[in-house]
Design a protein around this ligand. Structure first.
Ligand code: UDP
Ligand code: MG
Length: 327
């Protein structure tokens, strides 16, 4: 019998990284349970779908709560990391697990800021053939001016530097099994998921949602952590900042040639102190050449850096060959 994709219900994992989230977990778990039951009853996901809480080395009762949830209801599963490894690593732990066991996974934060109703639309797009569905904030009305401005600048800088970044998308997204397997091919230690997920390719789409306030507790991303996250994002995606040094060196050398012609003219007209022209010429020219040299060395170091990441150079989507896999 020929089966449509809609007839085969997707086994969905919802991956939720948790760091000291005891205040929100009871509410988050009950809302997720409600949502999963609704999706199961409406034949949208299979009965053996799960919510995977990843405890990122919490110091409060988070893990005890996850254990209890799991014992009460097999819908809930848990992974406990041996220590706090940060949001991105916790997410990856859950997503790698889902790559092995599920047909698709949705990643979302524990604090209910991501509107869980957007999952319905994500599944719809998945059934229409999308491998990655990005949750995108429809407005930033609730953000402070500072947050809006910094976020906007961050996206612009990343785009300029060649990063394929989805505007206003955090880590709320659905990924199909093959996209998850593709993600698992990225072995880099400094992880910036929003930067590498678009590199996986395949058909993707976005779903707009309203991002709310944190339900309870405090943000685990204070300004300092956020800035280092942004810096991490830029440096893990691109070696362009190094190229800027080289460009700067070229510019300085170019400018110095022009300026030096002027200084030489002054020198021949006798308008200068003796020794000053040769001194200033050496400073400018050497400065420019040194910057260029640093830029060239930087380019090689940048190449080494990119090579050490050992990112996949390609991911096959379809193979038409009677000897190989076909799809
Ligand atoms: N988180 C984590 N490890 C950390 C910090 C945060 O797993 O070291 C989780 C946290 O529990 C939450 C998500 O990452 O589910 C996003 O964190 P938060 O909501 O505090 O960030 P914000 O929304 O304020 O940017
Ligand atoms: Mg949050």
């Amino acid at each position: 019998m020929f089966l449509l994709k809609e007839d085969v219900k997707v086994k969905l994992y919802i991956v939720v990284p948790c760091y000291n989230e005891e205040e929100v977990l009871p509410e988050t778990s009950s809302r997720l349970q409600e949502k999963m039951q609704f999706l199961m009853q409406n034949q949208q996901i299979s009965e053996n779908s799960h919510v995977i809480f990843v405890d990122d080395g919490s110091k409060d009762k988070t893990w005890a709560m996850i254990e209890e949830l799991h014992h009460r209801n097999s819908l809930f599963s848990g992974i406990k990391l041996s220590k706090n490894r940060g949001h991105q690593n916790a997410l990856l732990a859950g997503l790698n697990f889902a790559a092995e066991h599920a047909d698709a996974a949705v990643s979302m934060d524990a604090d209910l800021q991501d509107d869980i109703n957007a999952v319905d639309e994500m599944i719809k797009k998945y059934n229409e053939g999308c491998d990655i569905v990005y949750g995108v904030r429809s407005t930033r009305d609730k953000d402070t001016f500072f947050k809006k401005f910094t976020a906007e600048t961050f996206y612009k800088v990343l785009r300029r530097l060649g990063g394929e970044i989805i505007y206003n998308h955090a880590d709320y997204r659905l990924m199909s099994k093959r996209a998850l397997k593709g993600l698992a091919e990225f072995k880099e230690v400094n992880l910036f998921l929003r930067g590498i997920v678009p590199m996986i390719g395949y058909k993707s789409d976005t779903v707009a949602y309203e991002r709310g306030e944190r339900f309870a507790g405090e943000s685990k991303y204070p300004l300092k952590k956020m800035l280092s996250f942004a810096f991490e994002g830029i440096t893990s995606l691109s070696i362009k900042p190094v190229r800027l040094i080289f460009d700067f060196g070229v510019a300085i050398s170019g400018i110095s040639v022009i300026v030096l012609l002027y200084f030489l003219a002054q020198y021949f007209m006798g308008n200068t102190v003796s020794g000053w022209t040769s001194l200033i010429m050496s400073i400018w020219l050497l400065g420019g050449f040194q910057l260029m040299a640093i830029g060239i060395i930087g380019e090689y170091i940048g190449k080494v850096y990119l090579e050490t990441k050992a990112r996949p150079r390609f991911i096959n989507e379809v193979i038409l060959n009677n000897d190989g896999e076909s799809k």
